[in-house]
Design a binder for this molecule. Structure first.
Ligand code: FES
Length: 574
């Protein structure tokens, strides 16, 4: 193969070329750096700190085989692993750090292409953001969803059922042995959440963007097809290097429009809104919050998987995975987009099965009109999102008095306080949890229903916050309110008892206070003192964009074409 970027390191008969070739040989790689073989990085985020990503270990070995069989030199390297469950305050705080790590590794080393191995929520967008900016031929492989747990004879979805069970526990309906059993069954099995959480959503959205091989995004963890697919991906990325097919050539506006429509059709996570906008901005596609709303307007919800439905991701895989979903969406999709799969999208859809099981036909959807809506108003001038498919329909138009919790500690301390003045009409407001506020915008948005109300049978209330919410969560929760309270957004000016009005049909969320009242409160407002004065959290808080801009760092958002002026495709030898 000619014209390889890596030859800038390995060509030449001088002592520098010799040093570079010897260094690669010392890593015991398969292949010969003296030959024109493409060097393929395998960015592996497997870690025992992150059980969601452990299935990637055996997939990495298969990718290596595939690369070597196709004539490439596979080089595996570790990345930080962003485990949603154990990282505090939030894996989201580190998404951009992973992106920087991937981008700089691809830039600094003699690599011609890369296979990204990611699974848990933020590892997929973090790895993709970095690879997009490095703009080497890229294929993403995910590790798949973990096997379903069983509790009291019922199959329970990861993430979706835990908050429900917690509500049962707080209402006194789950005793100690039952609670211990919940922990035991949830602790069995590795892989991503098996509901339509952020991990599954981002995998499917990435496949829709053309960054994964067709049909790969729903293969469950441990499925033998995953190994076969990984081997195939290793071979395919070598071909992509020969074709010079890079993320910047794939990630067009139509590709993002397809991905947004898929997001709505699968009942995907609200987190994907942030990630898609960040990815688009990296290639110079001006994807806006309102595009997410507009593009979903005519999209049917086709996938009956929790939290919008009842099944699990494994069930969707049985029904044909994303190709089968996209076949149903065909009239709404641009089929001229290109991807890493060697087949055209049209050919892929022709070969996809008809709907069955948890996949509904287009004429009989679970609902229509998109699953994520954007609302704006005096409480969210720059916008906020709500997952309407996981909300209570009767609450999508609601006005009620606010109870304000100033941060997560305040919430935990008071939410079950018997003296809290709260009823089913109250709007629970959580502030101080945005990108700057914590920092990192944790998934604290699904504010628990006060225990007293749970015991009385209340299952949902309107909640409003600048935090995010897990894709596995449910409820009438207005999220990503921007500007966030920590930078002076109106959310931080809400007082207990203020009336909050939500009208999703009208796209509005408003604070019903006297004219001029918000200005008076703002004049007395002072920004909260930052607890993070050094290191990554301090850098992040200084540079992170608000949610409608993708929560990227301001100095990372240069589109690929601009960025490449600073990263020549061939780097001279030192
Ligand atoms: Fe890792 Fe859900 S917590 S995928």
């Amino acid at each position: 193969m000619t014209g390889l970027r890596s030859r800038a390191w390995f060509d030449g008969d001088d002592e520098v070329g010799l040093l570079h070739r010897a260094a690669l040989r010392a890593s015991n790689v398969v292949g010969d750096p003296a030959q024109d073989q493409p060097v393929i990085g395998i960015a592996n985020s497997a870690s025992e700190l992150n059980p969601c990503n452990l299935p990637l270990t055996r997939l990495a070995a298969a990718v290596k085989q595939g690369v070597a069989q196709a004539g490439g030199i596979p080089v595996e390297f570790p990345t930080i692993s962003l485990g949603e469950d154990l990282m505090k305050p939030s894996a989201m705080l580190y998404r951009n750090l992973l992106a920087i790590e991937i981008e700089e590794t691809l830039r600094a080393y003699p690599l011609d292409g890369v296979v990204l191995l990611a699974n848990c929520d933020k590892t997929v967008p973090g790895a993709l953001l970095g690879a997009i900016s490095a703009d080497l031929p890229t294929i993403l492989i995910t590790g798949g969803a973990r096997p379903p747990a069983r509790f009291h004879g019922q199959r329970i979805g990861t993430g979706t059922d835990r908050p429900r069970l917690w509500d049962e526990r707080r209402a006194g309906r789950l005793d100690d042995p039952a609670w211990t059993e919940v922990e035991r069954v949830l602790g069995a099995g590795q892989g991503a959440c098996n509901t339509m959480g952020t991990a599954s959503t981002m995998a499917m959205v990435s496949e829709a963007l053309g960054l994964m091989l067709s049909g790969s995004s729903t293969i469950p963890a441990g499925d033998p097809r995953g190994v076969e697919l990984a081997r195939h991906a290793g071979g395919r990325v070598v071909e992509l290097v020969g074709e010079d097919r890079r993320p910047s050539t794939l990630l067009t506006r139509p590709a993002f429009a397809n991905a947004v429509r898929v997001l709505h059709a699968i009942g995907g996570s609200t987190n994907a809104v942030i990630h898609l906008i960040a990815m688009a901005r990296r290639v110079g596609v001006d994807l806006q919050l309102d595009d997410i709303d507009r593009l979903g307007g005519d999209v049917p919800l086709l996938v009956d998987v929790e939290p919008s439905g009842t099944g699990l991701v494994q069930d969707l895989d049985v029904a044909g995975g994303l190709p089968a979903v996209m076949r149903q969406l065909r009239p709404l999709l641009d089929q001229d987009v290109a991807g890493v799969d060697p087949r055209s999208l049209s050919d892929i859809l022709d070969a996809a099965p008809e709907p069955s099981g948890v996949l509904r036909p287009r004429h009989a959807p679970l609902r229509t009109g998109g699953v994520i809506s954007v609302v704006r108003g005096s409480l969210a001038p720059d916008g906020a999102v709500i997952k309407t498919s996981a909300a209570t329909p009767a609450l999508l138009r609601h006005t009620g008095p606010a109870i304000v919790f100033h941060g997560y500690a305040d919430l935990r301390a008071r939410i079950d306080d018997p003296s809290l003045t709260v009823d089913a009409d109250t709007v629970l407001v959580l502030t101080g949890c945005g990108p700057v506020g914590v920092p990192g915008m944790p998934e604290w948005g699904m504010v628990p229903i006060p225990a007293r109300l749970v015991a009385a049978g209340v299952r949902d209330m309107v909640r409003v916050t600048d935090a995010r919410m897990s894709g596995t969560s449910f409820g009438t929760v207005v999220l990503h309110v921007a500007p966030e309270s920590a930078v002076g957004g109106p959310l931080g000016l809400v007082h207990d008892g203020d009336l909050v009005s939500l009208d999703v049909t009208e796209g509005r969320i408003d604070l019903l206070v006297e004219p001029g009242e918000l200005d008076r409160r703002r004049a007395c407002w002072t920004p909260p003192a930052s607890e993070h004065l050094r290191g990554w959290p301090a850098l992040y808080a200084q540079h992170v964009n608000q949610a409608p801009d993708g929560c990227d760092l301001d100095f990372l958002t240069a589109p690929t074409s601009e960025h490449r002026r600073f990263i020549p495709p061939v780097i001279g030898r030192s």
